[in-house]
Design a protein around this ligand. Structure first.
Ligand code: AMO
Length: 439
C-alpha cells in the first residue's frame, strides 16, 4: 500500500489506507486506545480496538513522539465526537496494522502536544529539536516559508533577477563596528553585513536584482528584534528617477507578501489570533516631521533625529490612528546616520533614504545610492575611510552605472510582527545571539 497524507484521509471514507507520522498523544479509554497521529499535513485520530490482539499489544507500548506506520479503515466519526477544530476531525482511522518505525531513546523534556505551549524563550530554544515538533511552533515556519516564497515570486514578477553573492568579504560592507572578523587562510576577512556592494554590482549588469541570503551582524544587543545572523531580503533597481520609486516597489512587495500569507496560512494565523488587515497605501513622512509628531502627540523628545525603538513604536501607533496603516515610511534620514553610499538630498544634511516601520519595528532600510565615481570617492574620504579598501566597490562606478536604489528587508522581523511574537528568535529555527551558538 502507498502512504497517503493525513490531510487526505477524509477523501477515503470506507477505504483501507496507510499513513505514517508521529504519535502526538495516546489516550486509553476503557478498552479502546486513541492515538492522535501527526504528519507534515495535519493530525488525525486513530483508534485501536482490543479485538485486534497483535496491533493492540503494539499500541499499548506506544508513547508520545514515537514514529509509526498505520494501516486502517477510514470511518466517519459520529456527529458528537467529531472534532470541529481539526480539518480531519470528521474522520478517524480504525487501525488494522501498526508498526513502530522509530522510538525516542528517552522521555521528551517537554510536552510537545500542548496546544498553548507557553514555554519561556530559553527553554523553547534550548530544546529546539523537540520544541519545533509542537504544532503552534511549526505554524511560525510555515508562515516564514510563505513569506520567502512570496518574496521571490513578487520579485520575479516585477522583473528582478535572483542573485547569490559571497558572504566572506575582504572589507566590512556597512562600516561601523558590527562586523565579524574571521581568519581566512593567512589573511583577515569579514562576514557580510549585507549584500550591498554586490547587489549594486548586480544592477550595473542586470538592472534589477534580488537576493535572499544570510547576513551577519556582530551586534552585542539583547533585544527582542536583534540576532547575529539573519536572512535578508534584498533588492536593488536601476534607472530610477528618485527613491520614491524604490518605496513604491517595496510597498507592492509588502502587499503581495501579506496577501499571500493571509490567503495561504489561515489556520497558522488562527493559532496566534493574528490578523492581516486589508492593505492601505503606506504613509510616507519625513523623519523631521515624525520627530515633531512624537513631541506634539506623545511628549517624546528625540535627540539629533536619532529615532529609538520607542519612537518607532509610537510613530507606528500614530500611523494606525491617522491612516489605519500597519506600516509607515520614514524618509530623509540625516547624512551622518546613514552609510557612506547613501545619496544626499538637495539639502546635503539629509539623504534620499527611508526606513519602513511595521507594527512598531523597523523591518527595512533603503534608498537611492550615490552612483557617481568622483562623488563616492569624495564621500569615502570625507568620512575618513580608506578608498583603497573600497577599490573593487569603486570600480563598479568607474565604468558607469545608472541611478539606482534598493532595500534590505529583515525576513524574520516580518514574521515576528505578523504573529505578534515576543522575540524575533521565535521566528528563527536555530537562532544565533550573543550567548547562543547552539543548538
Ligand atoms: P540595515 O542595516 O538597516 O540596512 O538592515 C536592513 C534590515 O535588516 C534587518 N536587520 C536585522 N534583523 C535582525 N537582527 C539584526 N541584528 C538586524 N539588523 C538589521 C532589519 C533592517 O531593516 N544595506 C542596507 C539596506 C539597503 O539600503 O539596501 C542595510 O543593510 O529588518
Amino acid at each position: 500500500m502507498t502512504r497517503i497524507l493525513i490531510s487526505e484521509t477524509p477523501n477515503f471514507v470506507g477505504k483501507i489506507i496507510e499513513i505514517a507520522g508521529w504519535v502526538s498523544v495516546r489516550r486509553d479509554h476503557g478498552k479502546l486506545i486513541f492515538i492522535d497521529l501527526r504528519d507534515r499535513s495535519g493530525m488525525v485520530q486513530a483508534v485501536v480496538i482490543p479485538d485486534k490482539e497483535e496491533v493492540y499489544k503494539i499500541a499499548k507500548d506506544i508513547r508520545s513522539e514515537y514514529a509509526v506506520k498505520v494501516a486502517g479503515l477510514v470511518k466517519e466519526r459520529p456527529g458528537k465526537s467529531a472534532n470541529e477544530k481539526l480539518a480531519t476531525g470528521k474522520v478517524e482511522i480504525e487501525v488494522e496494522e501498526m508498526e513502530i518505525i522509530a522510538r525516542p531513546e528517552e522521555e521528551l523534556p517537554v510536552d510537545v502536544s500542548d496546544p498553548e505551549f507557553n514555554l519561556n524563550l530559553e527553554t523553547l530554544l534550548d530544546y529546539r529539536i523537540v520544541t519545533l515538533r509542537n504544532e503552534k511552533v511549526q505554524a511560525i515556519f510555515k508562515i516564514y516559508a510563505q513569506v520567502l516564497e512570496a518574496y521571490s515570486e513578487v520579485m520575479r514578477e516585477r522583473g528582478f533577477l535572483e542573485i547569490k553573492t559571497p558572504k566572506i568579504l575582504s572589507s566590512a560592507t556597512e562600516g561601523g563596528a558590527n562586523f565579524f572578523k574571521i581568519k581566512y587562510f593567512n589573511q583577515e576577512a569579514f562576514l557580510a553585513q549585507s549584500p550591498q556592494f554586490y547587489k549594486q554590482a548586480g544592477v550595473s549588469v542586470f538592472e534589477r536584482v534580488f537576493e535572499v541570503g544570510s547576513v551577519f551582524r556582530a551586534e552585542p544587543h539583547f533585544t527582542s528584534r536583534h540576532v547575529n545572523e539573519y536572512i535578508g531580503l534584498d533588492a536593488e533597481m536601476a534607472f530610477i528617477s528618485g527613491f520614491a520609486e524604490v518605496m513604491d516597489e517595496l510597498e507592492k512587495t509588502m502587499q503581495y507578501i501579506l496577501e499571500s500569507v493571509a490567503k495561504n496560512c489561515r489556520s497558522e494565523l488562527e493559532k496566534y489570533g493574528a490578523e492581516i488587515p486589508t492593505f492601505v497605501p503606506i504613509p510616507r513622512i519625513k523623519l523631521t516631521e515624525a520627530v515633531e509628531i512624537l513631541s506634539n502627540e506623545y511628549g517624546k523628545k528625540i535627540e539629533n533625529l536619532d529615532i529609538d525603538s520607542e519612537g518607532e513604536k509610537l510613530i507606528s501607533q500614530w500611523a494606525k490612528k491617522e491612516h489605519n496603516s500597519d506600516f509607515v515610511f520614514l524618509t530623509h534620514y540625516p547624512y551622518n546616520l546613514r552609510p557612506f553610499y547613501s545619496m544626499p538630498s538637495a539639502d546635503p544634511e539629509y539623504t534620499e533614504t527611508f526606513d519602513l516601520i511595521y507594527r512598531g519595528v523597523e523591518i527595512a532600510s533603503g534608498g537611492q545610492r550615490i552612483n557617481n565615481y568622483q562623488e563616492l570617492l569624495k564621500n569615502i574620504k570625507k568620512r575618513k575611510m580608506k578608498p583603497e579598501q573600497f577599490k573593487d566597490y569603486l570600480d563598479i562606478f568607474k565604468y558607469g552605472i545608472p541611478p539606482h536604489g534598493g532595500w534590505g528587508l529583515g525576513s524574520e522581523r516580518i514574521v515576528q510582527k505578523i504573529l505578534g511574537l515576543g522575540s524575533i528568535k521565535e521566528a528563527i529555527l536555530f537562532p544565533r545571539d550573543v550567548k547562543r551558538l547552539t543548538p
